[in-house]
Design a protein around this ligand. Structure first.
Ligand SMILES: NC(=O)c1ccc[n+]([C@@H]2O[C@H](COP(=O)([O-])OP(=O)(O)OC[C@H]3O[C@@H](n4cnc5c(N)ncnc54)[C@H](O)[C@@H]3O)[C@@H](O)[C@H]2O)c1
Ligand SMILES: O=C(O)C(=O)C[C@]1(C(=O)O)C=C[C@@H](O)C=C1
Length: 301
Protein backbone atom coordinates (compact mmCIF):
# COMPACT_ATOMS: atom_id res chain seq x y z
CA UNK A 1 0.00 0.00 0.00
CA UNK A 2 1.42 3.42 -0.92
CA UNK A 3 1.28 6.16 1.71
CA UNK A 4 -1.03 9.07 0.81
CA UNK A 5 1.05 12.25 0.76
CA UNK A 6 -0.30 14.77 3.26
CA UNK A 7 -1.93 17.89 1.82
CA UNK A 8 0.42 20.83 1.17
CA UNK A 9 0.50 23.59 3.79
CA UNK A 10 -0.92 26.04 1.26
CA UNK A 11 -2.95 25.47 -1.85
CA UNK A 12 -1.77 28.70 -3.50
CA UNK A 13 1.24 30.65 -2.13
CA UNK A 14 2.00 34.07 -3.62
CA UNK A 15 5.38 35.78 -3.35
CA UNK A 16 5.31 39.51 -4.02
CA UNK A 17 8.86 40.69 -4.75
CA UNK A 18 10.79 37.55 -5.83
CA UNK A 19 14.25 39.03 -5.15
CA UNK A 20 16.88 37.40 -2.94
CA UNK A 21 14.46 36.38 -0.17
CA UNK A 22 11.33 35.82 -2.27
CA UNK A 23 13.12 33.76 -4.91
CA UNK A 24 14.81 31.67 -2.19
CA UNK A 25 11.36 30.83 -0.78
CA UNK A 26 10.15 29.96 -4.30
CA UNK A 27 13.19 27.81 -5.05
CA UNK A 28 12.79 25.89 -1.80
CA UNK A 29 9.03 25.49 -2.28
CA UNK A 30 9.59 24.27 -5.86
CA UNK A 31 11.72 21.46 -4.40
CA UNK A 32 9.32 20.72 -1.54
CA UNK A 33 5.79 20.47 -2.86
CA UNK A 34 4.60 19.91 0.72
CA UNK A 35 4.81 23.69 1.10
CA UNK A 36 2.38 24.76 -1.62
CA UNK A 37 0.48 23.13 -4.46
CA UNK A 38 0.80 26.26 -6.63
CA UNK A 39 3.45 28.99 -6.48
CA UNK A 40 2.70 32.42 -7.90
CA UNK A 41 5.22 35.27 -8.20
CA UNK A 42 4.52 38.96 -8.74
CA UNK A 43 6.87 41.95 -9.06
CA UNK A 44 6.46 45.61 -9.94
CA UNK A 45 9.47 45.31 -12.26
CA UNK A 46 8.60 43.58 -15.57
CA UNK A 47 12.25 42.55 -15.98
CA UNK A 48 12.07 40.67 -12.67
CA UNK A 49 8.83 38.99 -13.79
CA UNK A 50 10.50 37.95 -17.04
CA UNK A 51 13.55 36.61 -15.23
CA UNK A 52 11.42 34.57 -12.81
CA UNK A 53 9.68 33.03 -15.83
CA UNK A 54 13.07 32.22 -17.42
CA UNK A 55 14.35 30.70 -14.19
CA UNK A 56 11.21 28.57 -13.88
CA UNK A 57 10.94 29.13 -10.12
CA UNK A 58 7.19 29.77 -10.01
CA UNK A 59 4.22 27.99 -11.55
CA UNK A 60 2.78 31.34 -12.64
CA UNK A 61 4.03 34.91 -12.83
CA UNK A 62 1.41 37.64 -12.66
CA UNK A 63 2.76 41.17 -12.69
CA UNK A 64 -0.35 42.85 -11.29
CA UNK A 65 -0.26 42.23 -7.52
CA UNK A 66 -4.04 42.43 -7.04
CA UNK A 67 -4.53 39.85 -9.75
CA UNK A 68 -1.72 37.67 -8.38
CA UNK A 69 -3.21 37.33 -4.88
CA UNK A 70 -6.65 36.25 -6.06
CA UNK A 71 -7.72 33.01 -4.31
CA UNK A 72 -4.34 32.66 -2.57
CA UNK A 73 -4.38 31.20 0.90
CA UNK A 74 -1.03 32.80 1.74
CA UNK A 75 0.65 35.96 0.42
CA UNK A 76 4.20 36.85 1.50
CA UNK A 77 5.44 40.38 0.87
CA UNK A 78 9.20 40.22 0.12
CA UNK A 79 9.56 43.85 -0.98
CA UNK A 80 11.75 46.58 0.58
CA UNK A 81 10.65 47.70 4.07
CA UNK A 82 9.63 51.18 2.84
CA UNK A 83 6.90 49.84 0.51
CA UNK A 84 5.50 46.92 2.56
CA UNK A 85 2.58 49.08 3.84
CA UNK A 86 1.76 50.32 0.33
CA UNK A 87 1.82 46.83 -1.15
CA UNK A 88 -0.32 45.49 1.74
CA UNK A 89 -2.89 48.23 0.97
CA UNK A 90 -2.82 47.22 -2.68
CA UNK A 91 -3.36 43.48 -2.14
CA UNK A 92 -5.50 43.23 1.03
CA UNK A 93 -8.82 44.17 -0.66
CA UNK A 94 -8.23 41.48 -3.31
CA UNK A 95 -7.35 38.68 -0.88
CA UNK A 96 -9.84 35.92 -0.10
CA UNK A 97 -11.47 35.70 3.35
CA UNK A 98 -9.40 33.71 5.83
CA UNK A 99 -6.14 34.12 3.86
CA UNK A 100 -2.79 34.72 5.55
CA UNK A 101 -0.72 37.84 4.86
CA UNK A 102 2.93 37.63 5.90
CA UNK A 103 6.05 39.69 5.19
CA UNK A 104 9.78 39.32 5.69
CA UNK A 105 10.90 42.90 6.32
CA UNK A 106 14.09 43.56 8.29
CA UNK A 107 12.38 46.05 10.65
CA UNK A 108 9.10 45.48 12.43
CA UNK A 109 7.54 48.30 14.50
CA UNK A 110 7.13 50.71 11.57
CA UNK A 111 6.29 47.93 9.09
CA UNK A 112 3.48 46.59 11.30
CA UNK A 113 2.19 50.15 11.84
CA UNK A 114 2.20 50.65 8.08
CA UNK A 115 0.34 47.39 7.36
CA UNK A 116 -2.38 47.63 10.04
CA UNK A 117 -4.43 50.42 8.36
CA UNK A 118 -4.56 48.26 5.22
CA UNK A 119 -6.13 45.47 7.27
CA UNK A 120 -8.57 47.66 9.25
CA UNK A 121 -11.46 46.74 6.96
CA UNK A 122 -10.26 43.11 6.54
CA UNK A 123 -10.29 41.54 10.03
CA UNK A 124 -10.71 38.18 8.28
CA UNK A 125 -7.10 38.30 7.01
CA UNK A 126 -4.52 36.82 9.41
CA UNK A 127 -1.36 38.93 9.57
CA UNK A 128 1.85 37.10 10.54
CA UNK A 129 4.98 39.28 10.39
CA UNK A 130 8.21 37.27 10.13
CA UNK A 131 11.90 37.91 9.58
CA UNK A 132 14.35 35.27 8.36
CA UNK A 133 17.77 36.11 9.78
CA UNK A 134 19.47 34.99 6.61
CA UNK A 135 20.69 36.76 3.53
CA UNK A 136 23.63 37.81 1.45
CA UNK A 137 24.91 41.07 -0.03
CA UNK A 138 23.27 40.18 -3.38
CA UNK A 139 19.75 40.96 -4.49
CA UNK A 140 17.32 40.11 -7.27
CA UNK A 141 15.82 36.83 -8.47
CA UNK A 142 19.17 35.38 -9.57
CA UNK A 143 20.60 35.78 -6.07
CA UNK A 144 18.26 33.35 -4.32
CA UNK A 145 19.05 29.74 -3.43
CA UNK A 146 16.93 27.02 -1.80
CA UNK A 147 19.17 26.37 1.22
CA UNK A 148 19.33 30.04 2.30
CA UNK A 149 17.19 29.50 5.41
CA UNK A 150 18.68 26.21 6.58
CA UNK A 151 19.79 26.36 10.21
CA UNK A 152 19.07 30.08 10.32
CA UNK A 153 16.70 31.78 12.72
CA UNK A 154 13.35 33.02 11.53
CA UNK A 155 11.84 35.52 13.97
CA UNK A 156 8.05 35.52 14.28
CA UNK A 157 6.09 38.53 15.50
CA UNK A 158 2.43 37.54 15.75
CA UNK A 159 0.06 40.27 16.91
CA UNK A 160 -2.32 39.76 19.83
CA UNK A 161 -5.18 39.04 17.45
CA UNK A 162 -3.26 36.83 14.99
CA UNK A 163 -5.09 33.47 14.86
CA UNK A 164 -2.85 30.68 16.27
CA UNK A 165 -3.63 28.49 13.25
CA UNK A 166 -2.10 31.08 10.90
CA UNK A 167 1.02 31.33 13.10
CA UNK A 168 1.26 27.53 13.09
CA UNK A 169 1.09 27.37 9.27
CA UNK A 170 3.69 30.09 8.76
CA UNK A 171 5.89 28.38 11.39
CA UNK A 172 5.52 25.06 9.56
CA UNK A 173 6.49 26.72 6.28
CA UNK A 174 9.71 28.20 7.73
CA UNK A 175 10.52 24.90 9.45
CA UNK A 176 10.03 23.09 6.13
CA UNK A 177 12.65 25.45 4.69
CA UNK A 178 15.07 24.46 7.48
CA UNK A 179 14.73 27.52 9.73
CA UNK A 180 14.65 27.62 13.52
CA UNK A 181 11.91 29.74 15.04
CA UNK A 182 11.80 32.32 17.80
CA UNK A 183 8.84 34.51 18.71
CA UNK A 184 9.36 38.02 20.07
CA UNK A 185 7.74 41.45 20.26
CA UNK A 186 8.31 43.93 17.40
CA UNK A 187 10.04 46.37 19.80
CA UNK A 188 12.49 43.72 21.02
CA UNK A 189 13.05 42.57 17.43
CA UNK A 190 14.02 46.08 16.31
CA UNK A 191 16.54 46.54 19.16
CA UNK A 192 18.11 43.10 18.59
CA UNK A 193 18.37 43.63 14.82
CA UNK A 194 19.73 47.14 15.33
CA UNK A 195 22.78 45.73 17.11
CA UNK A 196 23.35 42.44 15.25
CA UNK A 197 22.48 43.53 11.71
CA UNK A 198 21.73 47.20 11.12
CA UNK A 199 24.67 48.74 13.03
CA UNK A 200 27.23 46.35 11.45
CA UNK A 201 25.97 47.38 7.99
CA UNK A 202 26.13 51.07 8.95
CA UNK A 203 29.73 50.58 10.12
CA UNK A 204 30.65 48.71 6.93
CA UNK A 205 29.19 51.41 4.65
CA UNK A 206 30.92 54.10 6.71
CA UNK A 207 34.38 52.50 6.89
CA UNK A 208 34.38 51.90 3.13
CA UNK A 209 33.42 55.54 2.57
CA UNK A 210 36.12 56.77 4.94
CA UNK A 211 38.81 54.64 3.24
CA UNK A 212 37.64 55.79 -0.18
CA UNK A 213 37.72 59.49 0.89
CA UNK A 214 41.23 58.97 2.23
CA UNK A 215 42.36 57.43 -1.03
CA UNK A 216 40.93 60.45 -2.91
CA UNK A 217 42.51 62.98 -0.54
CA UNK A 218 45.95 61.43 -0.56
CA UNK A 219 45.69 60.27 -4.18
CA UNK A 220 47.13 57.04 -2.88
CA UNK A 221 46.27 53.46 -3.47
CA UNK A 222 45.15 52.59 0.10
CA UNK A 223 42.34 50.37 -1.19
CA UNK A 224 44.76 48.34 -3.32
CA UNK A 225 46.43 47.13 -0.15
CA UNK A 226 43.19 46.18 1.63
CA UNK A 227 43.75 42.68 2.93
CA UNK A 228 41.15 40.33 4.32
CA UNK A 229 40.15 42.43 7.36
CA UNK A 230 38.94 45.33 5.23
CA UNK A 231 37.60 42.98 2.58
CA UNK A 232 35.29 41.38 5.18
CA UNK A 233 33.72 44.81 5.66
CA UNK A 234 33.36 45.29 1.89
CA UNK A 235 31.21 42.15 1.60
CA UNK A 236 28.32 43.57 3.56
CA UNK A 237 29.03 47.09 2.27
CA UNK A 238 28.11 45.73 -1.19
CA UNK A 239 24.45 45.36 -0.10
CA UNK A 240 21.52 47.02 -1.87
CA UNK A 241 21.21 50.81 -1.24
CA UNK A 242 17.38 50.91 -1.43
CA UNK A 243 16.97 48.06 1.02
CA UNK A 244 19.41 49.56 3.54
CA UNK A 245 18.13 53.14 3.22
CA UNK A 246 14.68 51.79 4.10
CA UNK A 247 16.00 49.75 7.04
CA UNK A 248 17.94 52.67 8.53
CA UNK A 249 15.01 55.09 8.19
CA UNK A 250 12.48 52.57 9.50
CA UNK A 251 14.50 51.51 12.54
CA UNK A 252 15.71 55.01 13.31
CA UNK A 253 15.25 55.02 17.11
CA UNK A 254 16.75 51.63 17.92
CA UNK A 255 19.58 52.11 15.41
CA UNK A 256 20.50 55.55 16.78
CA UNK A 257 20.41 54.16 20.34
CA UNK A 258 22.84 51.38 19.37
CA UNK A 259 25.02 53.81 17.41
CA UNK A 260 25.26 56.07 20.51
CA UNK A 261 26.29 53.09 22.62
CA UNK A 262 28.82 52.04 20.01
CA UNK A 263 30.30 55.53 19.79
CA UNK A 264 30.66 55.66 23.60
CA UNK A 265 32.45 52.28 23.53
CA UNK A 266 34.64 53.36 20.60
CA UNK A 267 35.48 56.55 22.54
CA UNK A 268 36.45 54.40 25.56
CA UNK A 269 38.74 52.38 23.30
CA UNK A 270 40.23 55.61 21.89
CA UNK A 271 40.86 56.87 25.44
CA UNK A 272 42.51 53.56 26.40
CA UNK A 273 44.79 53.73 23.34
CA UNK A 274 45.64 57.37 24.11
CA UNK A 275 46.52 56.50 27.73
CA UNK A 276 48.20 53.21 26.84
CA UNK A 277 45.73 51.33 29.07
CA UNK A 278 46.48 47.85 27.86
CA UNK A 279 44.00 46.15 30.24
CA UNK A 280 41.01 47.81 28.55
CA UNK A 281 42.46 47.25 25.08
CA UNK A 282 43.17 43.56 25.65
CA UNK A 283 39.81 43.01 27.37
CA UNK A 284 37.91 44.42 24.36
CA UNK A 285 39.86 42.35 21.86
CA UNK A 286 39.44 39.20 23.96
CA UNK A 287 35.67 39.73 24.13
CA UNK A 288 35.49 40.03 20.35
CA UNK A 289 37.54 36.87 19.90
CA UNK A 290 35.36 34.95 22.42
CA UNK A 291 32.19 35.95 20.53
CA UNK A 292 33.61 34.73 17.22
CA UNK A 293 34.72 31.44 18.80
CA UNK A 294 31.27 30.85 20.30
CA UNK A 295 29.66 31.39 16.89
CA UNK A 296 32.10 28.93 15.29
CA UNK A 297 31.41 26.33 18.01
CA UNK A 298 27.67 26.74 17.40
CA UNK A 299 28.24 26.41 13.62
CA UNK A 300 26.94 29.95 13.10
CA UNK A 301 30.08 31.37 11.49
N1 LIG B 1 18.68 40.71 1.79
C1 LIG B 1 18.71 40.22 3.01
O1 LIG B 1 19.75 39.83 3.51
C2 LIG B 1 17.41 40.16 3.78
C3 LIG B 1 17.29 39.26 4.85
C4 LIG B 1 16.08 39.18 5.54
C5 LIG B 1 15.02 40.01 5.19
N2 LIG B 1 15.18 40.90 4.17
C6 LIG B 1 14.04 41.75 3.82
O2 LIG B 1 13.37 41.10 2.76
C7 LIG B 1 12.81 42.06 1.87
C8 LIG B 1 13.34 41.78 0.47
O3 LIG B 1 14.74 41.88 0.46
P1 LIG B 1 15.59 41.26 -0.75
O4 LIG B 1 17.01 41.30 -0.32
O5 LIG B 1 14.98 39.99 -1.19
O6 LIG B 1 15.35 42.38 -1.84
P2 LIG B 1 15.51 42.33 -3.45
O7 LIG B 1 15.88 43.70 -3.87
O8 LIG B 1 16.37 41.19 -3.85
O9 LIG B 1 14.02 42.02 -3.93
C9 LIG B 1 12.96 42.90 -3.70
C10 LIG B 1 11.99 42.80 -4.87
O10 LIG B 1 10.84 43.60 -4.55
C11 LIG B 1 10.41 44.21 -5.78
N3 LIG B 1 9.57 45.35 -5.45
C12 LIG B 1 9.96 46.56 -4.99
N4 LIG B 1 8.90 47.35 -4.80
C13 LIG B 1 7.80 46.62 -5.16
C14 LIG B 1 6.42 46.89 -5.18
N5 LIG B 1 5.93 48.09 -4.81
N6 LIG B 1 5.58 45.91 -5.60
C15 LIG B 1 6.06 44.70 -6.02
N7 LIG B 1 7.38 44.40 -6.02
C16 LIG B 1 8.23 45.34 -5.57
C17 LIG B 1 11.71 44.55 -6.49
O11 LIG B 1 11.50 44.79 -7.86
C18 LIG B 1 12.56 43.32 -6.20
O12 LIG B 1 12.41 42.35 -7.21
C19 LIG B 1 13.18 43.43 2.43
O13 LIG B 1 12.11 43.93 3.18
C20 LIG B 1 14.36 43.15 3.32
O14 LIG B 1 14.46 44.08 4.37
C21 LIG B 1 16.33 40.97 3.44
O1 LIG C 1 24.54 38.06 5.41
C1 LIG C 1 24.26 39.15 4.94
O2 LIG C 1 24.88 39.65 4.00
C2 LIG C 1 23.15 39.92 5.48
O3 LIG C 1 23.19 41.10 5.34
C3 LIG C 1 21.99 39.23 6.10
C4 LIG C 1 21.25 40.01 7.15
C5 LIG C 1 22.19 40.27 8.34
O4 LIG C 1 22.51 41.41 8.64
O5 LIG C 1 22.56 39.27 8.97
C6 LIG C 1 20.76 41.29 6.59
C7 LIG C 1 19.52 41.77 6.79
C8 LIG C 1 18.49 40.95 7.34
O6 LIG C 1 17.34 41.49 7.66
C9 LIG C 1 18.88 39.68 7.85
C10 LIG C 1 20.12 39.19 7.61
Amino acid sequence: MTATPSAPLFDRLVIIGPGLIGSSILRRAMLDRGIARELVASDIDPKVCERVRELGIADRVVQDAKEAVRDADCVILCVPVGVIGTVAAQVAPAMKPGAILSEVGSTKVSVINAVLPALASRPDIAFVPAHPMAGTEYSGPDAGFPSLFENRWCLLLPLENTPPDAVARISAMWEAMGARLRTMTPEHHDRVCAIVSHLPHLLAFTICGTADDLADETRSEVLDFAASGFRDFTRIAASDPTMWRDIFLNNREALLEMLDRFMADAQAMADAIRKGDDTIIVDRIARGRAIRRTLIENHQA
